[in-house]
Design a protein around this ligand. Structure first.
Ligand code: ATP
Ligand code: MG
Length: 454
C-alpha cells in the first residue's frame, strides 16, 4: 500500500469520517477526488463512501440532505461546502443500458470499487489511516496515463452506455490514452451507447470542453463510431479537402479551431460546429481551379440548429451557438464607419466578443498561423470601439424618436407603418449619425410617408 498525501484532504472530510468511526462505521474518500489528488490536481468535490446504511446516515447526520437516498447518497453541508456520502454498493445488472436494475448495498469497499468504471476512478483512501485501497491497479494506470475499464471492458460498456463517452472525455481532460482493450470495446458496444439520453451526451460534451484540447476526446469519438451516433453531420467533414489556403481537412480544422478557442464551453462548441456547413456547400470552381464553400455559414447555422435541439441545449445556448456559426465569417479590410455599424447591428453587440474569440481561433486553426494574421481582427476591434464610443444607434430604440412621437407628430394610427418608418430612420442614421435628432428624423419620416402615399 502506498502513502497518500493526507494534507490535501479537507478538515471537514476528516470530521465526517471520524464521526462514522465513532459509530463503528468506516468512511473512505473515493473516485474523482482521489484520482485528481494523486495527479496533483486541485479537487473540487470530495466524495465519501461508507459502510453505514442510508437510514443510519440520516440519524448520524440529522441535517443531511437526502439527495439520492434510493442510490444510498446523502449530501452534507459543512461550512458551505457540499460533501456527498454514499453507502457502499455492489455490482448489479443493467437491463436498460442506463440505470442499474436494483441497488444493493455491501459492506466491502472492494466490491464497491469493482462496480466503478475505470481503474483510475476505483481507488479509495481511508483518511483516518492513510491506507490506499487499489484492487484494480489504478495507481499503475495513473502513472502510465491510461484509461482502463475495471474488469472486462466489453461487459462494462455493455452495462452502461455512458461509460464510453466518459472514457473519451477523460482522455481529453486528463490527457490520457485509452488502454487498447478498453478502446477496442467501444465500437462493439455502441448499441448500448445509443440508449444514453441526449442530456447526458450534452453534459459530457460540455465537460469535455474544459480540457486543454477537447479534440482528443472528439478524435476518440470519431475513431470509435460514437460520433456517428451523436453527430454524423461532423463526420461529413472527415477527410474532406479544403481550398488552397487550408492545411487541414474540414474535420481537422474544426478540431484545431475548438482547441485554439479561448472561452467557455458553449463558445467552444460553436468553434466545433462553425464550419459544419462546409461539406454540403462544397463545389469545385473551374475558374479558380479550387474548392468553394459559398454560404457555408448560412447552411452551417441551419445544420447546427437541429443538432443543438437534439442535444437539448437551452434556448439561450442554442441561439448563441447558431448566431456564432451564422456570423463567423468576416473579412475586415478597412470598412467604412457605416459598414462597421451595420455589422454590429447584424451580429448583435452582445455577440461581438464571442465573434472576436471565434475568429481568432479560426485563424489559429488553419495550420499556417502567424501573428500578423491577427492584424485585420485587431483593426476591426479598434474600429468597433471607435464607432461605439461615438454612441452609434444600433437599434430603433436608440433613435431620437419613437413610435409614440411619430404617431402624435405625423398623425399616424398604430400599425406596421410605424415599424417601417423606424427601420428607415435607423438605416439613415447608420449612414449619417448626425441625422439622429428629433426634427431631422421627423422630416425624414414625413418624406418617407409621402413617398409611400404617392
Ligand atoms: P469528474 O467529477 O471530474 O467528472 P469523477 O470521476 O468524479 O470525475 P463523477 O461523475 O463525479 O466522476 O463520479 C464519481 C465516481 O463515480 C467516479 O470516479 C466513478 O468511480 C464512479 N462513476 C461515475 N459514473 C460512473 C458510471 N457511469 N459507471 C461506473 N462508475 C461511475
Ligand atoms: Mg466527481
Amino acid at each position: 500500500m502506498t502513502a497518500f498525501d493526507l494534507s490535501v484532504v479537507p478538515k471537514d472530510v476528516f470530521g465526517i469520517c471520524d464521526k462514522l468511526n465513532a459509530a463503528g462505521r468506516r468512511g473512505w474518500v473515493v473516485g474523482g477526488c482521489v484520482r485528481d489528488s494523486l495527479l496533483g490536481k486541485a479537487v473540487a468535490d470530495w466524495d465519501v463512501a461508507t459502510d453505514a446504511r442510508p437510514e443510519e446516515l440520516m440519524k448520524l447526520f440529522p441535517k443531511a440532505i437526502p439527495t439520492g437516498l434510493q442510490h444510498g447518497t446523502v449530501t452534507l453541508v459543512v461550512r458551505g461546502h457540499h460533501y456527498e456520502v454514499t453507502t457502499l454498493r455492489g455490482e448489479t445488472t443493467y437491463s436498460d443500458g442506463r440505470r442499474p436494475d436494483a441497488v444493493h448495498f455491501v459492506d466491502d469497499i472492494t466490491a464497491d470499487l469493482a462496480r466503478r468504471d475505470f481503474t483510475i476512478n476505483a481507488i479509495a483512501v481511508d483518511p483516518t489511516t492513510g491506507a490506499v485501497i487499489d484492487p484494480f491497479g489504478g495507481q499503475k494506470d495513473l502513472a502510465a496515463r491510461l484509461i482502463r475499464a475495471v474488469g472486462k471492458a466489453v461487459e462494462r460498456f455493455g452495462e452502461d452506455g455512458l461509460r464510453v463517452l466518459r472514457a473519451a472525455r477523460f482522455s481529453a481532460t486528463l490527457e490520457f490514452d485509452l488502454d487498447r482493450e478498453t478502446f477496442d470495446a467501444i465500437a462493439p458496444t455502441l448499441e448500448t451507447f445509443k440508449k444514453v439520453s441526449s442530456e447526458r451526451v450534452r453534459d459530457e460534451w460540455v465537460k469535455t470542453m474544459k480540457a486543454k484540447k477537447p479534440s482528443r476526446a472528439f478524435e476518440v469519438m470519431r475513431e470509435t463510431g460514437i460520433l456517428d451516433v451523436t453527430c454524423p453531420e461532423l463526420m461529413e467533414g472527415v477527410g474532406m479537402a479544403q481550398n488552397r489556403w487550408h492545411t487541414y481537412d474540414v474535420w481537422r480544422h474544426g478540431m484545431e479551431c475548438m482547441d485554439a478557442c479561448v472561452g467557455d464551453p458553449v463558445l467552444r462548441i460553436a468553434a466545433l460546429l462553425h464550419d459544419v456547413g462546409k461539406p454540403r456547400s462544397r463545389a469545385f470552381s473551374e475558374k479558380t481551379n479550387d474548392w468553394t464553400f459559398y454560404d457555408h455559414d448560412k447552411i452551417g447555422a441551419e445544420i447546427a440548429l437541429p443538432i443543438l435541439t437534439r442535444l437539448r441545449f437551452s434556448n439561450d445556448e442554442r441561439e448563441r451557438i447558431v448566431a456564432l456559426v451564422r456570423h463567423h465569417l468576416f473579412h475586415y479590410d478597412g470598412w467604412s464607419d457605416a459598414a462597421v455599424r451595420r455589422w454590429i447591428q447584424r451580429v448583435g453587440k452582445h455577440r461581438i466578443e464571442d465573434l472576436y474569440a471565434l475568429n481568432e481561433a479560426d485563424l489559429r486553426g488553419k495550420g499556417t498561423f502567424a501573428d500578423a494574421d491577427l492584424g485585420p481582427l485587431l483593426a476591426l476591434r479598434g474600429h468597433v470601439e471607435k464607432v461605439l464610443a461615438e454612441g452609434a444607434a444600433l437599434s430603433t430604440r436608440d433613435l431620437a424618436v419613437n413610435g409614440k412621437v411619430l404617431m402624435s407628430e405625423l398623425g399616424l394610427a398604430p400599425g406596421r407603418i410605424l415599424g417601417e418608418i423606424l427601420d428607415h430612420l435607423l438605416e439613415a442614421v447608420t449612414n449619417d449619425p448626425a441625422a439622429n435628432r428629433r426634427e431631422a428624423l421627423l422630416d425624414l419620416a414625413r418624406a418617407f410617408v409621402a413617398a409611400r402615399a404617392s
